[in-house]
Design a protein around this ligand. Structure first.
Ligand code: PEP
Ligand code: MN
Length: 372
């Protein structure tokens, strides 16, 4: 059960004390307080854990601090959609709003290599009106002998370049909690020229200790990638881990599944799950066409498979696209063969717009159909 409190209820108000006292007298119920920062106000939600079936809902509703009671199913208590649930989806971070009803492109380097390449990338993004990017500093690699990313050392100049080119959010994977401290320190040192969305990669979807640490901090939102070899339910539970620790600013990413059914793509493209995740949860949904497809192959129509699946994800309602670009793919230190080029950026963005407009038309069409 979730209690949504009236907006003006402070922690020192008598109504708040009355609420806590009420549950303190119920030994089989524990409470967890969550502050949910919205565009206009911060809402306090109280999660009741334990034997909530035994509670008198009318009595709980009559507590002065309580505006609304939401009965939740056991699964995905916080991230999930529940019956009579009017909680809104999404959040704002560093001036950019992420929701289930809008779309952002995060085009950028899989791995940060040289300052010149990072600068060329960001310059191109700014020239095409983009304020988000992806930049990998910590790379989880299959081989221990492969390039592991420049790590903390590159962060200050990457953040400074992001500030120079008006980038507001960089999606950046971390694989250890020390990376969180390093990102914080580099942002501090450079005067916060940009924002960071922490990416938890597919190999770490069930790294529960990392999830808890990232969930406990409120500074950065999190892009959680679906685990490539586990069920959707298991991956959504990983997102619930983040939320249950207090961080609700989560985007859920589909990035393909490891199965031979998907050959010749690097992964089996799972973008049919975009509407499923939106139906089950309040989370904005990201697609990663680059790591799904993994090549620059194209069909007889000349359209790259990467662009085909991007359009498929967007036309199904995706809210974010994480996509690999590189100014010189042959020189990329990681995932060059799947990278798009800077010359392809305007073409890619226009293709995204076509698919997004088609999705909006489809929404209008179903709206009119359901009104009849
Ligand atoms: C990445 O986005 O660079 C990446 C490694 O993705 P994934 O965790 O989905 O493999
Ligand atoms: Mn990659």
């Amino acid at each position: 059960m979730i209690l949504i409190l009236h907006s003006g209820i402070g922690e020192d108000s008598p109504a708040y004390t009355e609420l806590l006292d009420y549950f303190a007298n119920k030994p089989d119920i524990s409470t967890r307080i969550h502050k949910v920062a919205g565009a206009e106000q911060t809402v306090t939600e109280v999660y009741l854990i334990g034997h909530t079936a035994g509670l008198d809902q009318k009595e709980v509703e009559s507590l002065e601090a309580v505006e609304r009671v939401v009965r939740v199913s056991e699964e995905y208590r916080i991230i999930g959609r529940h019956r009579d649930d009017t909680r809104t989806s999404g959040f704002e971070y560093n001036g950019v709003r992420f929701g289930q009803d809008n779309l952002h492109v995060f085009a950028g380097l899989c791995a940060i290599d040289t300052p010149a390449h990072v600068e060329q990338m960001m310059q191109a993004l700014q020239a095409h009106g983009q304020v988000c990017t992806r930049m990998g500093a910590y790379k989880p690699r299959t081989s221990p002998y492969a390039f592991q990313g420049h790590g903390a050392e590159c962060l200050p100049w990457v953040f400074e370049l992001a500030g120079k080119y008006g980038i507001k959010v960089i999606a950046m994977e971390i694989t250890h909690d020390s990376h969180l401290d390093e990102i914080n320190k580099a942002l501090e040192q450079t005067g916060h020229p940009t924002g960071v969305m922490l990416q938890i990669g597919t190999r770490n979807t069930q790294n529960f200790e990392l999830l808890k640490i990232v969930g406990r901090q409120q500074t950065f939102p999190v892009l959680l990638k679906r685990g490539f070899g586990i069920t959707l339910e298991e991956s959504l539970n990983a997102a619930e881990y983040l939320a249950s620790e207090g961080n609700h600013r989560i985007v859920f990413a589909l990035r393909g599944m490891k199965t031979n059914m998907g050959d010749p793509h690097r992964n089996f493209v799972d973008f049919a799950h975009v509407p499923v995740v939106k139906r089950l949860t309040h989370l904005p949904v990201c697609i990663d066409p680059s790591h799904s497809v993994g090549s620059r192959d194209h069909g007889p129509d000349g359209i790259l498979d990467t662009l085909h699946v991007t359009a498929q994800g967007i036309i199904a309602g995706a809210n974010m696209v994480l996509v690999d670009f590189h100014p010189a793919p042959t020189k990329a230190l990681v995932d060059g063969p799947q990278a798009l080029t800077l010359e392809e950026l305007p073409y890619f963005l226009e293709d995204v717009t076509i698919a997004h407009e088609a999705y909006q038309q489809r929404k209008k069409l179903v709206g009119n159909f359901l009104k009849k």
